[in-house]
Design a protein around this ligand. Structure first.
Ligand code: ADP
Length: 240
């Protein structure tokens, strides 16, 4: 299957089971939201996919097994991740940020070549993330939401085909949230997107399928309405 397929994923830290046998399938073209209380294993799952922690089981993306590969090799296979705090070069312009990120996946020699035009992949990323109008602004002067979109743009120019986004709308204004919801749809047209997100209002508006993790296991999966109606989910979120 093209897209992300996780089978029986387990991550154990010094005997503590952080992820205890999770199956997850996200086809190309889909956005999957992952929710769950603190400590559920959401970050650890993403860490395992990106090679940051050791895991057993199987994680394939577009048919390539990821487990056992080094972090940079996994990134080369088109897997990109954002963190809650956007990692952009504040002293450089939006365009320069994208150019540098694009350079990471080009050959070192191409950096020495002189060129004047904006590379096509950079222009395309600017359009996709909606930052074309501010391409000459210093990243440090961008609004919070714009920085998040720039970071996503930096993944796009590195040819990311699987995007793993950690709470992308945290701290965003309502209009930034709306724009991000629409961006997710554009990203997923030919990519696979996995989003860790707590914001229920955002989920109700933009999520088609939600996977709920709890104590390292998959507790529930379905539409937002389905998982909200699931008694197991209610018990975890509302207490006993
Ligand atoms: P979430 O992202 O859902 O809040 P995490 O994946 O961060 O949950 O954590 C899952 C569990 O694993 C938590 O109980 C956390 O304390 C534990 N954990 C995470 N990373 C480590 C680590 N490096 N060493 C030991 N325990 C860890």
């Amino acid at each position: 299957m093209s897209g992300l397929t996780i089978k029986d994923l387990r991550v154990v830290f010094d005997g503590f089971v952080a992820v205890g046998g999770v199956d997850l399938a996200v086809p190309a073209g889909d956005v999957r939201f992952i929710i769950g209380p603190n400590g559920a294993g959401k970050t650890t799952l993403v860490d395992a996919v990106t090679g940051l922690v050791k895991a057993t089981g199987s994680v394939t993306f577009d048919g390539h097994e990821l487990l056992g590969r080094k972090v940079h090799r996994i990134a080369r296979l088109g897997i990109g991740r954002t963190f809650q705090t956007a990692a952009v070069f504040e002293e450089l312009t939006v365009l320069q940020n994208l150019d540098i990120a694009a350079g990471w996946s080009r050959s070192p020699l191409s950096l020495l070549r002189k060129r004047t035009a904006v590379p096509p992949e950079v222009a395309e990323a600017l359009e996709t993330v909606g930052l074309a109008a501010v391409s000459d602004k210093l990243a440090g002067t961008l609004a919070h939401g714009q920085k998040q979109w720039l970071e996503i743009g930096m993944l796009l120019v590195q040819n990311a085909r699987l995007l793993l986004l950690d709470e992308p709308v945290a701290g965003m204004s309502q209009s930034e949230r709306d724009a991000t919801g629409e961006l997710l749809g554009r990203l997923a047209t030919d990519r696979t997107v996995v989003v860790i997100e707590h914001d229920m209002d955002f989920l109700r508006r933009f999520a088609r399928t939600v996977t709920v993790l709890h104590a390292g296991r998959k507790l529930s999966e379905g539409t937002v309405a389905e998982v909200q109606a699931d008694p197991r989910v209610q018990e975890v979120y509302l207490g006993h």
